[in-house]
Every structure is written in C-alpha cells, then in structure tokens.
Design a protein around this ligand. Structure first.
Ligand code: TRP
Length: 333
C-alpha cells in the first residue's frame, strides 16, 4: 500500500445476529488493527445465499452488522467497510477463478461436506464453488493477511493454491496472502451447554449483542455451572467447564486474571458469581448496543459509509480485475 502499511482483509457473513462470542473472540480486537494495517472489512452477503435466507432478515442483518462494527470502534475513516454485492468485481473474478479451481480440490473442502450434509435438500453449485468466490474476495485486494478462524483456514489455503497456479501461468498477478492468526480472543462457550461454542443455533446459551439487559441477566442466572461438590469458583476447565467458561468471560470483560477472580469469589458460591458476570457483560454491551441503535436510526450516515466503502474498494478491485481480464485474453472494453 502507498502508505507503507501492509494490507489486511476479512469478510463476515451476515448470516446470524452477532453475539458475545463474536465480540470477545474477534470483533473486539479489530479496531486496533487499523493502526497497523490498511484494513478492508466486508459484509459477505453473496456467500450467505448459498443457504436459503429470508430476504428482509438478510437486509436487516447486513445493515445492523455494519452499524455494530462501527459501534465497536471500527472507524470508517480508517477502515474500508463495504458490502460484497456492491462491488461487482467479486462476482466477476469469482467466475474466472471457477475456471482455475479443480473439481477435486473443491470436493475435499470440509465445510462443503458439512454444509451439504446439513442442507441435503439444497446442495447447490454455489455451495460447492464458494471457495472460488472467497478467493476472489481476497485476491482482488492483494492483501498480505487474512484474519480467519480455524474453520476458514482450509479456504485460505485453497485461495493460496489458486493464486499460485494463476501466477505460475500468467506471471505475478496476485499477492499470495497469509492467514493471520489474531491475538487469541476468548473462546466463548454456550452458557447452557459449555462443551460447545456459543452460537446462534443454541439461542438459550447465546448472548446476542443487541439483547436487552434483563434477557442477558436471565441467561447468565440460568447458566449451567457444575455439579461438583466443592461449588467454589475455581478455574478447572476439564472438571468444571461451565464455571471455567464464566470465568473466561468475566476475565475477558474485566481484564482480571483467574487468580484474582478466584480470590474475589473466595467463600462465595456459584449463585453469587453468575449475576456478577451477567452485570459485567450487560455493562460491556450497553454502550455498543446504544451506539448501534443510534447509528441504525441514521440511515443516511450508514448509506454514506457503505457507499464510500464500495467506491474505495471498487477502485482497487477493478484494477486487479482489469489485469486479470487482460491476462486471460478478454478484449478490453
Ligand atoms: N467464508 C467466510 C466465513 O464463512 C467469510 C468470507 C467470505 C471471508 N469471503 C472472505 C473471510 C474473504 C475472509 C476473507 O466466515
């Protein structure tokens, strides 16, 4: 990049309402990345329709997701925030990369296997070629880094393979990106099933970022603790996964260490601990929720943000696309 910063890009599917696990595990750390990197963040709406979506919900979640990111500190002046479908180059490069990705490679993607097992009545071609669109999302911006979770590493790997294959034929067209393993955020587990990750598909154990304080408190008060006999607040993830999860959440929110937390609740039971964690989360999320609501009431501002974002992104993306079209032999417009 011209300012000497390395470039980082990530896409996030607006396929579910954002929750505490998304925040503590990822979003919380993003704001500070923009000091270090030239950052692109986009709402991967085109990816979400590989699974059937309710159109009104998809639109609402896309806009809410933008507002929430801004409320979490992603400054639109310092970050390029946009909607994938607003930059046609994604679909255009996606097609080209479809033709440089092998059937066999795509068949090996574990996410394809998982998702087609879960959606047996809708194993569509988009679900299968999804990694090609994701590779296009990435390669258009020539980023150095792509921050992704464990489940997306295989997709960054195939993106690198496709980029190398293309470069091998046509010369250095694409920067080959590295996965960026962010400073480990907290791994937040479900409040009512602490052996699985907090997720929208288990709504009773999931605290949504836009949820009302009383609902958040109710979920924490009902959080599963452990049926051990000592009933004290001690960090023992194997024996006491429910308590350990509440401790990690409390630690991530307050910055207190596990030792400090054990001391704070020494001699007090789980009944005293749970509402304190709930309160801390309520106070963490309150200003974010309020700011998100304020932004959602200002549609004109949000439109300005995503239009400016798409314009900036489109400029860079089209440069790459033109180069690719030329290399493969398309007649210039
Ligand atoms: N596939 C990613 C996910 O499901 C979202 C995504 C789409 C993405 N395009 C991307 C992530 C490009 C990083 C870079 O989470």
């Amino acid at each position: 990049m011209e300012n000497g910063k390395k470039t980082l890009l990530s896409g996030i599917q607006p396929s579910g309402d954002l929750h505490l696990g998304n925040y503590l595990g990822a979003i919380k750390n993003w704001a500070e990345l923009s000091d270090q990197f030239e950052c692109y963040w986009f709402m991967a709406d085109m990816h979400t329709i590989t699974v059937r979506q309710n159109p009104a919900d998809l639109r609402r979640r896309t806009l809410t997701q933008i507002a929430t990111y801004i409320a979490c500190g992603l400054d639109p002046e310092k970050n390029t925030i946009f909607v994938q479908s607003h930059v046609p180059a994604h679909a255009e490069l996606g097609w080209v990369l479809d033709c440089y990705t092998m059937f066999g490679e795509l068949s090996r993607m574990t996410q394809f296997k998982d998702k087609s097992a879960k959606n047996a009545d809708n194993i569509n071609a988009g679900l299968f070629t999804y990694p090609c669109l994701m590779a296009a999302d990435i390669l258009l911006y020539q980023p150095d880094f792509v921050p992704v979770g464990e489940d997306q590493k295989q997709h960054v790997e195939i993106c690198r393979d496709v980029a190398n294959r293309f470069n091998h034929v046509y010369g250095d067209v694409f920067t080959v990106p590295e996965p960026y393993i962010p400073k480990t955020g907290a791994r937040v587990m479900s409040l009512n099933a602490p052996e699985s990750k907090m997720s929208k598909s288990g709504p009773d154990g999931c605290v949504f970022m836009m949820e009302k304080p009383e609902d958040i408190m109710r979920k924490f008060k009902r959080a599963v603790t452990d049926s051990d006999t000592e009933r004290c607040v001690r960090y023992a993830p194997q024996e006491k996964p429910g308590v350990a999860n509440l401790m990690s959440i409390y630690s991530a929110v307050t910055g207190k260490s596990f030792d400090e937390i054990e001391r704070e609740f020494d001699g007090k039971g789980y009944g005293a601990f749970k509402p304190v964690v709930g309160e801390a989360v309520v106070e963490l999320l309150r200003p974010i929720r309020e700011e998100t609501e304020r932004l959602l009431a200002d549609k004109a501002y949000l439109e300005n943000v995503y239009r400016a974002g798409a314009e900036r992104a489109g400029y860079i993306a089209n440069k790459t696309l033109r180069k690719v079209y030329k290399k493969v032999g398309f007649l210039p417009r």
